[in-house]
Design a protein around this ligand. Sequence first.
Ligand code: C2E
Ligand code: CA
Ligand code: CA
Ligand code: CA
Length: 278
Amino acid sequence: AKLAGKNCYRYYSRAMDHAVERRVHMEQELRGAWERGELHLVYQPIYRTRDRRLVGVEVLLRWQHPQLGAIPPSVFIQVAEQSGLIEQLGPKVLRAACMEARRWEAVAGGEQLFVSVNVSPRQLRNGDLSDVVVACLAESGLPASRLHIELTETAVIGDEMLAASLLDKLHRHGVKVWLDDFGTGFSGLSHLRQVPVDGVKIDKSFVADMQRDPDDLALTTAIIAMCHALGITVVAEGIEQEAQFDLLAQRSCDLVQGYWLGRPLSSTQLVQLLKTSP
Ligand code: C2E
Ligand code: CA
Ligand code: CA
Ligand code: CA
């Protein structure tokens, strides 16, 4: 038994070394990936529920590595956050998104589209995000009203004061802030009191379970009602079926996003979509 235990330990230790190695390798590869053109942005359509009109897009980062292939953001964003690389990468995403959004103005309907950009907790703690935002808006010429920032609850937890003062600055410039993955943090209610956000994005786990789990449906219904009472916009993400859309529409969820409505698109594909949208 002792021997087996030892082997076991060795096995796990080797497996762990391997994981650490992979991580370090990925971090090295991620450094300079933007400059090498391996990173690009895609844009997932966001629709107004009422009339199913395309009103905005969420910006999502993609990494296509020459040898490793497509690496999912769930993997590399974490590496970028833990290594601190996100502090260089985040502003590049923000800037590129603002520049791109300006180009859509040339297409009918594109002059009204908002871009919603994910911002990592780390970007909040180090340096002034509002300075970066203001610089990107000035450089691109994008009106502030067309830029939204998505913050996760974890970005807000722990330092509500910092988050509140940042939000205040962004608001004064006219930028909207949405709380992402809402409902997963267990403390959503208290955050809405302390951190005055403009919108919440109901996490896709609620949407996924809504039809079979009455609790999830009840929570979704309650979140929408509560947000509306507070004057907060509600976005639901991860809509994969018409039935989910219908349930959310019945409950007056303001905006919707998901594979059933539209997959993330390249900028060219988005322009095409605008051209063919009524
Ligand atoms: P998120 O902010 O919650 O983004 C939504 C994720 O759900 C995206 O995954 C999107 O492709 C996916 N999704 C959209 N519709 C559906 C659907 O109908 N069903 C399902 N199952 N999934 C759907 P993605 O692109 O893999 O991104 C994963 C996460 O990586 C994002 O979650 C976000 O936290 C992070 N991320 C992506 N791009 C950036 C970025 O530029 N900056 C930062 N800080 N984080 C990013
Ligand atoms: Ca998001
Ligand atoms: Ca989300
Ligand atoms: Ca559930």
